[in-house]
Design a protein around this ligand. Structure first.
Ligand SMILES: [Zn+2]
Length: 370
């Protein structure tokens, strides 16, 4: 147990979320508990991980979650491990929620995205259809998140574009997607900033510069594609081509990268298989399963096209995960590492205080907010 590597998870503690500040100590090695010397609370070493309060060994949970994320049917796990079906589903939900928090903390940070591709998957569920919309950064193949809705409409697309915006810096950005008109509207509504005026009332919203939109529209005859139309909705051909060249080294307007990712998701999520029998009963199951799959894809899976030529130790090629390509990790995470990752709490802010601060509060602020 290393008290220097953990932080206090108590949301009311002024020293919450801080690592290596000397406020943490080992409370009990036998019971695997730490103590925070600021708030005097003790907590289990597994707090904040998927394994918190589970009686099963972490290795078994990791194994089951890995199998689930790679498309193993729940029934197969139930039979092979002798677990209850509800236990397996609970672990999947837990892992999905945990991965969503990790994703929000690590992936949803502003970065220069370059080119983003988005697409929707039609998913059959018990009693109807749902749409799963996903987005991907082309240069690093980083999965940027997913949204789910019963209809393929502006609400679904707006929620997805909102997630893309949390990942974006105000730099030139190209969107490539299908011909769904909601994308254009959602991008116009989302990528804009208030202009500060100093006066009261709602400020005017100014659209971001350097947002370009291209569409790939396929014509079908039955199930066969008979023609592809590529069109630029916003931006000039030179601007769009420059971004395509910078992010994928040429190749023209396409949506191939997100379609490839859709195929991976369909192969690995039992509920997404076309004409399958393992239909999702609830939207939450599908949503959490998508986050589990997406985060394992980002952090734990080597991507062949991201490998770089090695220079040391005689390695010809060094494999990389999308997270490594995006600079979020320096090695491929194991699933156990992902499930044990503890998302730190945001820093504590001192309460708004009228009048002079007491000596005790001053000392607390000096200690915890430096
Ligand atoms: Zn504390």
């Amino acid at each position: 147990m290393d008290a220097q590597q953990v932080f206090c998870p108590n949301p009311d503690c002024p020293a919450r979320g801080q690592v290596g500040q000397g406020n943490m100590g080992v409370h009990s090695r036998k019971e695997q508990r730490y103590i925070c010397h600021v708030c005097k609370l003790t907590f289990a070493a597994r707090t904040g991980t998927v394994f918190y309060r589970l009686r099963t060994a972490a290795e078994t949970v990791t194994l089951v979650v890995t199998l689930l994320a790679h498309g193993c049917p729940v029934q197969a796990i139930v039979v092979a491990f002798g677990l209850d079906e509800r236990t397996v589903q609970d672990w999947q939900l837990r892992a999905g929620r945990h991965c969503e928090r990790v994703h929000e903390h690590l992936v949803q940070q502003p970065r220069d995205l370059g080119q983003v591709q988005a697409d929707e998957i039609r998913v059959k569920r018990q009693g109807g259809i749902v749409w799963l919309a996903m987005a991907l950064q082309v240069s690093t193949r980083l999965w940027l998140g997913a949204t789910l809705s019963a209809r393929r409409d502006l609400i679904l697309i707006s929620a997805l574009i909102q997630k893309v915006r949390t990942c974006a810096l105000c730099r030139p950005l190209l969107f490539c997607m299908d011909g769904l008109s909601s994308y254009v509207q959602a991008i116009h509504l989302t990528f804009r900033e208030p202009v500060p005026t100093g006066r009261r009332g709602r400020p005017r919203l100014r659209p971001w510069d350097g947002i370009y939109i291209a569409q790939v529209v396929k014509q079908y005859a039955g199930h066969a594609v008979t023609g592809i139309e590529r069109r630029i909705v916003q931006g000039t051909s030179a601007q769009v081509n420059a971004l395509i060249h910078a992010t994928q080294g040429g190749g023209g307007i396409n949506s191939a990268y997100i379609e490839r990712l859709n195929a991976t998701f369909r192969a690995c999520l039992v509920n997404l298989v076309r004409r399958g029998r393992a239909l999702a009963r609830q939207e939450t199951t599908l949503y959490q399963a998508a986050y589990l799959m997406g985060t394992i894809y980002n952090f734990c899976t080597h991507h062949d096209s991201l490998r770089v030529a090695g220079i040391i130790g005689g390695h010809k090629w060094l494999p990389r995960t999308p997270a490594m390509a995006a600079g979020l990790a320096d090695h491929r995470w194991t699933v156990n590492e992902l499930l044990s990752y503890r998302v730190p709490l945001p820093n504590w802010m001192p309460p708004k205080h009228r009048g002079r601060k007491s000596q005790a509060l001053k000392a607390l602020i000096a200690r915890c907010c430096s």
